[in-house]
Design a protein around this ligand. Structure first.
Ligand code: XIL
Length: 300
């Protein structure tokens, strides 16, 4: 195969990228993205602040721009993200308690209703666990509504769009020996045991010197999968862009039958949220394929 998407499809997987609506007018960008990837995540356009800027007033202009570009170019779409402590609109930041809980539920219903039947998988809850050694939840306004907020989000999501896979998505859950990984693992195990609807765990997999690609990454993927969920690598970028590390990530995914696919968090280095200097992606700022690209294509 000569593209990432086609190469991943050889094993029934997908290869995706984050797409920014503001870059869809850049033909160098859309040429690469259109050719190489078969799954799309809106980088910001389906987040809470973008889709519900005022309470009860939904706007899907930018989200639909990304969605329509993807579908018109034959790609599937991951939805990102419905319940998160970050990128909340001001009105939500100032809510608490039962009114915030209700706003979360209404938000999930509003956004999933708009995209009902059209989304491969939703990141229902993003980044709910704390960094460091606690293995517990992150403090946030959502967490302060009660520890059951995550399961309420998933139950609401299942009812809103039964066709979408429902994912829990987080960063720094790649290293099997980290407390945060174990915290999320225990939550997913508990959800499966109690019948809380969850279909997938998204590992963002932003790798850098503080959270490097771990040698036990495959163990982590296998362990989550053994709970009966898919695993998806949802926001892959590797500071410095090591070709070897990229190949390791691909090989680890391919070794786990329930690793459904990989998405990188941007097209060219110049599109990365980390800045072009981090050189974390598969294409350079001129749109040239990097060594990491070739390593990924050959590994798939
Ligand atoms: C980032 C976007 O790439 C930036 O454009 C934005 O300013 C901040 O959010 N984890 C996530 C993503 O789940 O939504 C984040 O995306 C990167 C970290």
């Amino acid at each position: 195969a000569s593209t990432l998407g086609a190469a991943a499809a050889q094993s029934g997987r997908y290869f995706g990228t984050a797409i920014a609506a503001g870059r869809l007018g850049d033909s160098a960008y859309t040429t690469i993205a259109g050719r190489e990837f078969d799954m799309v995540t809106a980088e910001n356009e389906m987040k809470i602040d973008a889709t519900e800027p005022n309470r009860g007033q939904f706007t899907f202009t930018s989200g639909d721009r990304v969605y329509n570009w993807a579908v018109q170019n034959g790609k599937r779409v991951r939805g990102h993200t419905l319940a998160w402590h970050s990128q909340q609109p001001g009105w939500m930041q100032s809510l608490s308690g039962s009114s915030l809980r209700q706003a979360m539920i209404d938000h999930i219903n509003g956004v999933m209703g708009h995209y009902k039947g059209k989304i491969y998988a939703w990141d229902v809850v993003n980044e709910a666990y704390a960094d460091g050694n606690s293995g517990g939840r992150r403090d946030s306004n959502l967490q302060r509504t009660g520890n059951d907020w995550i399961e309420v989000a998933f139950r609401t999501a299942r009812a809103a769009d039964p066709a979408a896979k429902l994912c829990y998505n987080d960063y720094n859950i790649d290293n099997w020996s980290w407390a945060k990984t174990q915290g999320v693992y225990n939550m997913v195990r508990d959800f499966k045991a109690r019948g809380v609807p969850i279909d997938c765990v998204g590992l963002q997999s932003h790798f850098n010197s503080n959270s490097p690609y771990p040698g036990n990454y495959r163990t982590t993927l296998q362990s989550f999968a053994a709970l009966g969920v898919d695993v998806q690598i949802t926001e892959l970028d590797i500071q410095g862009g090591s070709a070897t590390t990229y190949a390791n990530v691909v090989n680890d995914c391919l070794a786990v039958p329930r690793c459904a696919g990989i998405s990188v968090w941007g097209v060219r280095d110049s599109d990365s949220w980390l800045g072009a200097g981090a050189a974390p992606l598969l294409f350079d700022g001129n749109g040239n394929k990097k060594a990491a690209y070739t390593a990924v294509l050959n590994a798939l």
